[in-house]
Design a protein around this ligand. Structure first.
Ligand code: FMN
Length: 323
């Protein structure tokens, strides 16, 4: 299978996996603004083994509007990873598979999954081998700069001989969680132990932080997480000098995103959009007044009415075309 990771012009800008956030609607919006690759929310390998329909839904994607699409698996049992990798490869046909070695959430850690796997390099290697053996898709991994005494460098040394296509390194330790300083140096050192694509991740929220991360890590690209929340045009911002985005464009994007979420998930999509809508209006003059309304929306027409009242003189476009 084609290794799409090596086909990009560098730097590569990917939407990082975010549970509860990076669903198909959000991924499509980010790709319409130029995200090079998008990751799914994390998908439980064990739940795939037990045939959970709800979990499988997390792996579904739009074959036209979301390419390349990478499905991310989490779990702790190599045999579950092998089953889920083969199942998703055959049934869902994503462009790549990713393994989660970075999640700090307690519920995940209690199952021995996510970042805590970096503490057990033997098991981590078995998991990578299990996935590689079960799929012909390019396999990537997402890990942390450090978990306890184990660094990403130890981790990469352990899998050096395996044909892993890409690694996204969150430059914060497990102890740091999702905040605090990013270790640029260790990401730069990763190149000594890994010959595939390296994506640096953590704290990129604008052109300046992207430039700093790329310069200090010499990575092939970046994984963008929270920097894209309510700001999916961040991907366009990276490629256009002095990029401007008007309030009207912000509202249009929010409506486009909501219409898509509604199309894909119905009323549940609108409920899930509430947080995104609040992120879209962040920084606007009347943000707090708008947030009070947006947090209560129940339907697509509720959202349209609020947004229309913000752009009274502009006819809002509702038939959006996605890339
Ligand atoms: C709400 C939320 C959900 C996340 N879910 C996942 C996930 O499913 N899989 C994963 O590997 N990382 C997950 N992450 C971590 C992000 O991919 C990323 O590593 C982290 O947010 C740091 O990048 P940032 O500073 O650009 O946000 C999540 C982060 C957040 C904030």
């Amino acid at each position: 299978m084609r290794n799409f990771w090596i086909t990009f012009k560098k730097p590569i800008y990917a939407l990082a996996p975010m549970a509860g956030i990076s669903d198909s609607a959000f991924r499509q919006i980010c790709q319409s603004f130029g995200a090079d690759a998008v990751f799914s929310e994390m998908i439980s390998a064990t739940a795939i083994v037990y045939n959970s329909k709800k979990t499988l839904e997390l792996a579904r994607f739009d074959r036209k509007a979301e390419r390349p699409f990478v499905a991310q698996l989490f779990g702790s049992k190599p045999e579950h990873f092998a089953y889920a990798a083969e199942f998703i490869t055959k049934k869902i046909k994503p462009d790549g598979l990713d393994i989660n070695f970075g999640c700090p959430v307690k519920k995940v850690a209690r199952q021995g999954a996510g970042a805590v796997l970096m503490n057990d390099l033997k098991l981590a290697r078995e998991i990578v081998k299990a996935v590689l053996g079960a799929t012909n898709l390019p396999v990537s991994i997402k890990c942390r700069s450090r978990v306890g005494a184990i660094t990403v460098l130890d981790f990469l040394k352990t899998i050096k001989d395996l044909p892993v296509a890409a690694v996204m390194i969150h430059g914060r330790s497990l102890a740091q969680g999702h905040s605090g300083e990013v270790d640029f140096t260790i990401i730069k050192q990763a190149r000594k132990y890994f010959s595939g694509i390296i994506l640096a991740n953590g704290g990129v929220k604008d052109e300046a932080s992207a430039e700093e991360m790329l310069k200090k890590t010499e990575a092939d690209g970046l994984g963008i997480g929270r920097g894209a929340l309510g700001r999916p045009w961040i991907f366009k911002q990276f490629s256009i000098f002095n990029f401007q985005f008007s309030n009207k464009e912000i509202f249009e994007t929010a409506l486009k995103h909501t219409s898509l979420a509604h199309k894909l998930k119905g009323k549940q999509g609108i409920i899930e959009m509430r947080k995104h809508l609040c992120w879209y209006v962040r920084g606007l003059d009347n943000a707090s007044e708008l947030r009070k309304k947006l947090i209560q929306v129940e339907s697509l027409s509720d959202v349209k009415n609020i947004i229309k009242s913000q752009i009274t003189n502009t006819k809002l476009q509702t038939n959006y075309k996605f890339k």
